[in-house]
Ligand binder design. Structure first.
Ligand SMILES: Nc1ncnc2c1ncn2[C@@H]1O[C@H](COP(=O)(O)OP(=O)(O)OP(=O)(O)O)[C@@H](O)[C@H]1O
Length: 236
């Protein structure tokens, strides 16, 4: 995944960027910075649900295509699940699994995912009756349904999770990285940064950020940086 001098401007002169960064297969890049600096905005741009004012974004070699089922199978963007009042937790996941084309394997995959996400005891409940943490686990469960998410776009996935669930999530993301998934992550959870980040791109209000590609340096600064980046081979 590649951001090339991406800018998102809102009315009244509010500008996020320019930001250049890349995330290759098997890498985790963390977006850091104060509240309101633009992390969620950049993640929405990566997912293709918002569009840059300037610059280019390539995900799996092309501009993000959130309406394309193949793109959605390969790119998981964490968002709240839209709840249908008459469907259970299990049925919601079965619907997503069907959408991913899992066919006959959907039921088995959902059962396995419910166990992995600690939701097995709530499989027949309505999502509306879940706690905030359990609802966050349901949103995260969607990430584990496709056989191989090649890119994960995660905005504060630790929200509402207790210590045990955060630990599970950290291990799960580590395992996905090990399977060559790329991760673009905004988090305020220092343990995730320590355990997962290959690089940290820190955004600063009124300045851009450049991912300087120094793999040993976790805390990369904003607003400075070298020249243009080359498109890496095999980058999601
Ligand atoms: N649709 C929009 N219209 C106008 N301004 C917006 C819009 N979306 C975001 N912004 C503004 O862009 C800025 C960046 O917001 P964003 O949510 O990306 O920050 P963030 O770094 O994710 O913050 P936090 O850490 O609090 O989640 C904010 O000032 C916000 O008000």
């Amino acid at each position: 995944m590649l951001f090339d001098r991406v800018v998102r401007a809102y009315g009244a002169g509010e500008v996020i960027g320019p930001v250049s960064l890349r995330v290759e297969a098997g890498e985790c890049v963390v977006l850091a910075g104060a509240n309101g600096v633009g992390k969620s905005t950049l993640l929405r741009l990566a997912a293709g649900v918002d569009h840059p004012t300037e610059g280019e974004i390539a995900v799996l070699g092309e501009a993000p295509r959130p309406a394309d089922p193949e793109f959605r199978r390969a790119v998981f963007a964490l968002e709240d699940v839209a709840y249908f009042p008459d469907l259970s937790v299990r049925e919601h996941l079965e619907l997503v699994a069907a959408g991913h084309g899992l066919g006959d394997r959907a039921k088995e995959r959902v059962t396995e995912t419910l166990h992995r996400c600690r939701l097995a005891d709530h499989a027949d409940a309505s999502p509306r009756t879940l706690s905030k943490g359990q609802r966050q686990l349901l949103s995260l469960a969607v990430m584990l349904l496709p056989p191989w998410p090649r890119l994960l776009i995660l905005d504060e996935p630790e929200n509402h999770l207790d210590g045990a669930a955060r630990h599970w999530l950290g291990e799960t993301l580590h395992a996905l990285k090990g399977e060559n998934s790329a991760i673009l992550l905004a988090t305020h959870h220092a343990e995730f940064v320590d355990a997962l980040a290959d690089r940290v791109v820190t955004l600063t209000a009124g300045q851009g950020a450049e991912d300087t590609d120094d793999e040993e340096e976790k805390d990369e600064s904003a607003g400075e940086g070298g020249g243009d980046e080359e498109k890496p081979e095999g980058a999601p």
